[in-house]
Design a protein around this ligand. Structure first.
Ligand code: GLU
Length: 424
């Protein structure tokens, strides 16, 4: 953690700094609600926890964990938990704030929260992973709950980890509290469609953006950075619509095939060996070359800060779909806008995941489960309604989609803040 960290003084170019500058850009469109904007510039609550576990070799290891509740004006905190060796408090603050904007942008009755553990899960045995998850859950148990703050999967976390979190919380409170986390396995109160929901939302918003740009998806060339749950699912849906995936990058490297990569082979291989395991299906190139590959659509679906000013200058994409949270730094945003590249921002583009998380939570409370068609129809409707409203706002003020999304979302959040009033 940066020693000089304070809520209002971010490290330069950090995710929190990016978020604060995104909030600054929306202030002129908030009218009298601007009076409350400071509330968005600091998290409501941030918890740092020590996560000690006994490793398989008998040593004791300590990991640092976080849960940040950025805003709860509109409902309980909501947001994933990330396991990554580079996680910091400042990063989790930004991720929690983006959840606040995201849940408001699609009008879900939630605030925003996020969690993380500074750990490389690839270096842990399954047993160690379970211990880390359970101890972390127990430590943050003082602030999470089905009506206060509901975690979910994010980078390097999955349904099994959610099952352990649900079980640990339930053991501590007595009973079975399925509604405390979303993204659970199907037979433990999980929802159909949740695993693919984020990628599906990227596709739905991307298809609409392409339509408005007059871009034909048939034959469109797509470059995807990050080939996990978000990037690979979105890529498959775009291929079904006739597009071709010309470049994919993941933590193992970058593979390029200008004729289109065969996803029926690439996806299963990438799960075990990473994308470079599919050498037979394309050329392995240096990672920086990914940004030079000629494409029509760019999907950053990995980590924050990937679309830098330099990369924004060279991409040939006409459309950027932010599958990741915070992939574009503000300077790059300006460059893309000047170059006429349309950016569908993270806070709407990847909102499909939290939307189906909301469906899961509703189903858990009603103990009545919907079929997958019903989930997908409702997901598509919520995403399209939100996107259309954002687009109208962008057209009205002649502002980028990101600022328009913040305008729609911040109005909802700050209106709730104002109506609730300050306590005491
Ligand atoms: N981690 C996902 C996100 O960044 C989903 C969060 C959730 O389902 O609560 O939106």
């Amino acid at each position: 953690m940066n020693e000089k960290l304070s809520f209002v003084n971010p490290t330069a170019n950090s995710p929190w700094g990016t978020y604060l500058s995104q909030v600054d850009r929306v202030v002129p469109y908030l009218g009298p609600l601007a009076r409350w904007v400071e509330t968005l510039k600091r998290p409501k609550r941030a918890l740092i926890v020590d996560v000690p576990i006994e490793m398989d070799n008998g040593t004791i290891a300590h990991f640092e964990g976080y849960r940040v509740q950025h805003n709860m004006s509109r409902g309980p905190g909501k947001g994933g938990v990330r396991f990554h060796p580079d996680v910091t408090l400042e990063e989790v603050m930004a991720l929690s704030a983006w959840m606040t904007i995201k849940t408001a942008a699609v009008n879900l009755p939630y605030g925003g929260a996020k969690g993380g553990i500074r750990v490389d899960p690839k270096k842990l045995s399954l047993q160690e992973l379970e211990k880390v998850t359970r101890r972390y859950t127990s430590e943050i148990g003082i602030i999470i709950g089905p009506h206060t703050d509901i975690p979910a999967p994010d980078v390097n976390t999955n349904a099994q980890i959610m099952a352990w979190m649900m079980d640990t919380y339930s053991m501590n409170v007595g009973g079975t509290a399925t509604g405390v986390v979303t993204g659970k396995p199907l037979h433990l109160g999980g929802s159909l469609g949740r695993v693919k929901a984020t990628g599906r939302g990227v596709f739905v918003t991307g298809r609409e953006a392409a339509r408005r740009l007059g871009m034909d998806l048939r034959g469109a060339r797509i470059a995807v950075q990050g080939f996990g749950n978000v990037g690979s699912v979105a890529a498959e849906l775009f291929v079904e619509a006739g597009a071709k995936i010309v470049a994919v990058q993941d933590h193992t490297g970058t593979i390029v095939n200008t004729n289109g990569l065969d996803l029926t082979k690439l996806v299963p291989i990438s799960r075990t060996d990473g994308v470079v395991g599919f050498k037979a299906g394309g050329d392995i190139v240096p990672n920086e070359d990914f940004w030079d590959v000629a494409c029509d659509i760019l999907i950053p679906a990995a980590l924050e800060g990937q679309v830098t000013a330099e990369r924004a200058k060279k991409t040939t994409a006409k459309l950027v779909l932010e599958g990741a949270n915070g992939p574009t730094v503000p300077e790059a945003d300006d460059i893309l806008a000047e170059r006429g590249v349309l950016v569908v921002p993270d806070v709407i583009c990847n909102a499909g995941g939290v939307t189906v998380s909301y469906f899961e939570w509703v189903q858990d409370f009603s103990s009545f489960f919907w079929d997958e068609d019903e989930i997908n129809v409702r997901l598509d409707r919520i995403m399209m309604n939100a996107l259309n409203q954002i687009w109208d706002t962008a057209d009205k003020h002649k502002i980028p989609l990101r600022t328009a999304t913040y305008a729609v979302a911040c109005e909802r959040i700050l209106m709730a803040r104002q109506e609730r009033g300050l306590y005491p």
